[in-house]
Write a new protein. Structure first.
Ligand SMILES: Nc1ncnc2c1ncn2[C@@H]1O[C@H](COP(=O)(O)OP(=O)(O)O)[C@@H](O)[C@H]1O
Ligand SMILES: [Mg+2]
Length: 423
């Protein structure tokens, strides 16, 4: 089977790495890919937004299955384009991907189907939104409706901050059309976790949970990033009782809701959850693999990923017995100095081979490329996801940091406490 993966981050490197281990897979292409992906697959220099070009490539190359990484491709309807062309592709069609691309749509879905989430109001009119902020309790959470590169959510401590947030999103239109509507919701207290489930429309397969570290600095300080590291499993937070509640209160009503609404969803559902004193509540739905969650989940997956993705498309997830490595995994993201603000590129990266010589260590590339002299150089904010398996969380963490110490590039920035909240 020939596979095309779409995307260029650490998530896509992990997908390619895992698919490469499948005896069903003969060849992998990745558009546009990165330097690490290029060592396992053939990089195809087509932008993610060029659906027609990607369809043409998949036809010409005889691609049997395409796997979509990023949310914006799904929101733009890449799955619909491929299916119209008679090509097999993993991911929800545009109508179902609205669960991620519109927070209003997702909130209405949750409210209709009794899925626990923060109480909220939705506004298309900034005057009404301002009025709502004046009569709410604080802190208050203001969210742009559409995709905003993870920057469209503002937690306001005071009515003044809330008014600023509504102004930024709806009047100044900092996120463009993503700010045509806002969701204003109750602030939830608790710890967050990431849940992944393959969904074939009839059945779902829940993965072990993971925990992300979104802020740039240790102790969850500083601005949010795309994710500075992950670990799995977060057993202290996601106890067997919580897992049971995720099945009963989130996944089962989600599956029933798809049916009632006539939404066809075949792909990966990744609810972001807040584990509150009252139990799990959904902060948002993502409709694709998480980044950097994928980097700790796939090393723990024992099944053949190609088989799982095909079973999802074919509605046969019930025929598969999931198998997970009991070891823990920790992924430490190494980023460019200055990230998530401005940073420079083109810094030479060394030591990856030494890091991967350590037992259980895999280094997933994100923003990397080769320069003209065949040096590996930095080419993005998040550069590498250094992932280690270990007998327990502590062992995985120690091994991941041992690996990080072997890797060097000028200005390298990383958190030193990935996994600490799970110990
Ligand atoms: N109701 C809420 N209460 C507390 N924190 C929240 C709430 N909603 C969102 N957050 C915080 O904001 C982050 C981003 O919100 P989310 O809905 O996941 O949007 P996105 O990932 O699209 O930016 C969450 O990971 C969480 O830390
Ligand atoms: Mg989120």
């Amino acid at each position: 089977m020939k596979i095309l993966v779409i995307g260029s981050g650490g998530r896509e490197h992990a997908l390619v790495w895992k698919l490469k281990q499948s005896p069903r897979v003969s060849e992998i292409f990745c558009a546009p890919g990165n330097a690490g992906i290029g060592m396992l697959a053939t990089n195809v220099p087509l932008p993610i937004s060029d659906h027609a070009g990607l369809v043409k490539f998949a036809r010409a190359e005889g691609i049997d299955l395409t796997v979509v990484g990023p949310d914006d491709a799904l929101a733009a309807g890449i799955v619909d384009h491929f299916e119209h062309a008679g090509l097999r592709i993993f991911g929800p069609a545009q109508a179902a991907a609205r669960l991620e691309s519109s927070k209003v749509f997702a909130k209405e879905f949750m409210q209709r189907h009794g899925i626990p989430t923060a109480a909220s109001g939705h506004f298309t009119d900034s005057t009404a939104a301002h009025r709502f902020c004046q009569t709410s309790r604080y802190p208050l959470v203001i969210k742009a409706d559409g995709l905003a590169l993870g920057k469209g959510v503002i937690i306001a401590q005071t009515p003044w901050e809330a008014a600023q947030a509504v102004h930024t999103i709806m009047e100044e239109r900092r996120f463009g059309a993503a700010g045509d509507r806002v969701v204003i919701e109750e602030f939830l207290t608790g710890q967050e976790c990431s849940v992944h489930a393959l969904v074939d429309g009839e059945h779902y397969m829940l993965f072990p949970a993971a925990q992300d570290h979104k802020q740039i600095f240790d102790g969850d300080q500083g601005p949010n990033t795309g994710g500075m590291g992950t670990f799995s499993p977060p057993d202290k937070l996601v106890t067997p009782e919580i897992v049971e509640r995720i099945h009963r209160e989130v996944m089962e009503p989600f599956m029933a809701g798809l049916k009632k609404d006539g939404l066809r969803f075949r792909g990966l559902l990744f609810p972001g959850l807040m584990i509150t004193a009252e139990g799990p509540k959904v902060l948002e739905f993502n409709c694709r693999f998480g980044d950097p969650e994928t980097q700790v989940l796939l090393p723990r997956l024992r099944n053949d990923l190609a088989e799982l993705l095909e079973a999802t498309i074919d509605g046969k997830l019930d025929t598969i017995q999931p198998a997970w490595d009991p070891r823990a995994a920790v992924c430490v993201v190494m980023a460019s100095g200055g990230y998530p603000g401005s940073y420079s590129k083109g810094k030479k990266i060394t030591g990856i081979e030494d890091a991967e010589a350590l037992e259980g260590v895999t280094v997933f590339h994100a923003g990397t490329q080769w320069d003209d002299e065949k040096n590996l150089i930095t080419a993005g904010g998040r550069v590498l996801g250094v992932t280690a398996l270990g007998a327990g969380l502590g062992a995985a963490q120690a091994r991941a940091y041992e690996a990080v110490e072997r890797i060097h590039f000028e200005g390298a920035t990383f958190r030193r406490d990935i996994g600490a909240k799970g110990l």
